[in-house]
Design a protein around this ligand. Structure first.
Ligand code: NOJ
Length: 562
């Protein structure tokens, strides 16, 4: 019996920040009703599921990843009723909503932490061990510091309690103690709360760090996987359609553990692939992509990779070697202000010199290579960033809807906006905005929309096997591969260089349909345009497709299994 394909395998995701999207009440902050009013736009892009950055109450010391109450809405974003309206309107449009949960830590303003730290608190006895406390700051010395620009230790002293507390991120984000069964249960209750509120999926923040053990780096521990399997079991029983989308920023060998035997997370982001797409593009050489895919294991049944180009965080360089990191910084972040922690805080368009050809080329690979793609709001129109803003906030500026004051984002006086709109001469809202690009058939928006529409016509992209093909373009500049699913085969060619590349289309079919233009391409000589790409569907297929002499060996990421 063939199993039903889960919805997330065919889905296009978009990540967005409620605060940045649309302000409905003129207070300068985006909110849930504002977002609801923009669902038609999101749908028109071809998006199937929206991942919302944290929407729970928070002092925003880590932009909402420091939660003060897991079961409510940040007041400026609206109410639970507004959330339910959003869900209803989204579902009416066949859109799904994925909510962020942050199991590893809370805000230090969270009532759980306040009770835990204060021996005189009436609920201290209950919450005393909900966090990781210690008399010394010398435990777990092998654990790395993640926010290297702002933290010098994973321990912070709390004078009220007279002990140190453990935190993997900011010192205002104490880690919960997962050795405490009540904490585990509390987090399952949070999950249940959001499923009951209608969420279609949960993006599970920072799962590798749930447990601590002496003598380890406190990441990916067996106890962590045991808890995540418990979480999955709960979801499978309570609401089996709910997606668990995991953010384990790890090497493929470690990430694979987060899928378990198909009994842990449904999806995880492919962090190592992302910087290598940028590396390959800047080098004009596919080798970095080949190397990372060679390390990428096949997934258990029902699981899926999440792929992305940019997100709300820095372009992370944690999953590259120190030499590669240095190279990436020198190539993509020459201004030291553009660097943060082990990454680069720039948006897609500025990283790619605002060159529409390069932006579309990366989208071509994002949409066809593997897994389910995640777009980041605003990148579809080529929004810019603002390195003057604190932390990663320069990547989270108001959505640019039109050329009216405040970019059509808000009616508030400009000085009341939660963050300034981008208004520089290149990326400013006066030039870069949805309204202008909707009207222009050659705009980035309309071209990205077209790529998404074509991807959605072919389930092979979300479900199919991957294998490399050289297709007679005997140069490392061309990233050529084949996707195959239930008798359908599609071949994709991407030219990483800003110059034409000559080759030929082999006679493995009578002819090919160029899926992006509808034109017919006959086997024979062919020149790929600078940064050009082709998505080809064979007609009159001659079953076995030979690889060219320089093609990397197929056999990983699922070779020609069928
Ligand atoms: C990963 C999130 O994407 C990031 O924004 C946040 O700062 C850390 N987790 C800590 O929650």
């Amino acid at each position: 019996m063939t199993q039903k394909t889960p919805w997330y395998k065919d889905a296009i995701f978009m990540e967005l920040n409620t605060r940045a999207y649309k302000d409905s009440n003129g207070d300068g902050w985006g909110d849930l009703p504002g977002l609801t009013s923009k669902l038609d736009y999101i749908k028109s892009l071809g998006v199937d599921a929206v991942w919302l950055l944290p929407i729970m109450p928070s002092p925003l010391r880590d932009d909402g990843y420091d939660v003060s109450d897991f079961c409510d809405i940040f007041p400026a974003y609206g109410t639970m009723d507004d959330f339910k309206t959003l869900m209803r309107e989204a579902h009416l449009r066949d859109l799904r909503i994925v909510v962020e949960i942050i199991p590893n830590h809370t805000s230090d303003q969270n009532a759980w932490f306040q009770a835990s730290r204060d021996p005189n608190h009436p609920q201290h006895a209950k919450y005393r061990d909900w966090y990781v406390w210690s008399d010394t700051d010398q435990k777990y010395q092998e654990a790395r510091i993640i926010f290297t620009d702002s933290e010098t230790s994973n321990w912070t002293y709390d004078p009220l309690r007279g002990q140190y507390f453990w935190h993997r991120f900011y010192s205002t984000q104490p880690d919960l103690n997962y050795d405490n069964q009540e904490v585990q249960q509390a987090m399952l209750d949070v999950v249940k709360f959001w499923i009951d509120a209608g969420a279609d999926g949960l993006r599970v923040d920072a799962p590798p760090y749930l447990f601590e053990r002496e003598g380890t780096n406190c990441e990916n521990l067996p106890e962590t996987h045991t808890f995540l399997k418990r979480l999955r079991k709960f979801v499978d029983i309570y609401s089996p359609e709910t997606l668990l989308l995991s953010e384990a920023n790890q090497w493929p060998e470690d990430v694979i553990e987060y899928f378990g035997d198909g009994d842990e997370m449904h999806m995880n982001f492919h962090f190592p692939l992302m910087p290598r797409l940028f590396m390959a593009l800047a080098k004009g050489d596919r080798t970095p992509i080949e190397e990372t895919l060679a390390r990428t294991p096949d997934l258990p049944q029902g699981c899926q990779w999440g792929t992305f180009l940019r997100c709300h965080d820095e372009l992370t360089l944690e999953m590259v070697t120190p030499d590669e990191r240095q190279w990436m910084w020198e190539t993509y972040a020459q201004d030291p202000k553009q660097r943060i922690n082990l990454g680069i805080r720039r948006r897609l368009a500025p990283l790619l010199d605002n060159d529409q050809r390069k932006i579309l080329l990366l989208h071509s690979m994002l949409l066809t290579m593997m897994g389910s793609p995640f777009l980041y709001y605003g990148d579809e129109i080529g929004m810019g960033d603002n390195v003057e803003l604190f932390d990663r906030n320069g990547l989270r500026t108001p959505m640019q809807w039109d050329a009216s004051p405040n970019a059509g984002f808000s009616d508030a006086p400009t000085e009341k906006l939660y963050a300034p709109v981008i208004s520089d001469p290149v990326y400013g809202y006066q030039r870069v905005n949805v309204a202008a690009q909707q009207a222009d058939p050659h705009s980035l928006l309309n071209k990205v929309r077209h790529l998404i529409a074509v991807r959605k016509q072919h389930t092979v992209f979300g479900r199919g096997d991957f294998s490399w093909r050289s297709f007679s373009f005997e140069t490392k500049a061309v990233v050529a591969y084949q996707r195959k699913w239930e008798g359908t085969r599609i071949v994709v060619l991407n030219n990483l260089r800003g110059e034409p590349v000559k080759g030929w289309i082999p006679e493995t079919a009578e002819k090919f349909i160029d899926l992006l233009t509808g034109e017919t391409i006959l086997p024979g000589d062919y020149t790929l345009t600078p940064y050009g790409f082709l998505w080809l569907q064979p007609v009159g297929d001659k079953a076995n497709v030979p690889s060219g002499p320089n093609a990397p060996q197929p056999g990983y990421l699922g070779s020609d299994k069928q």
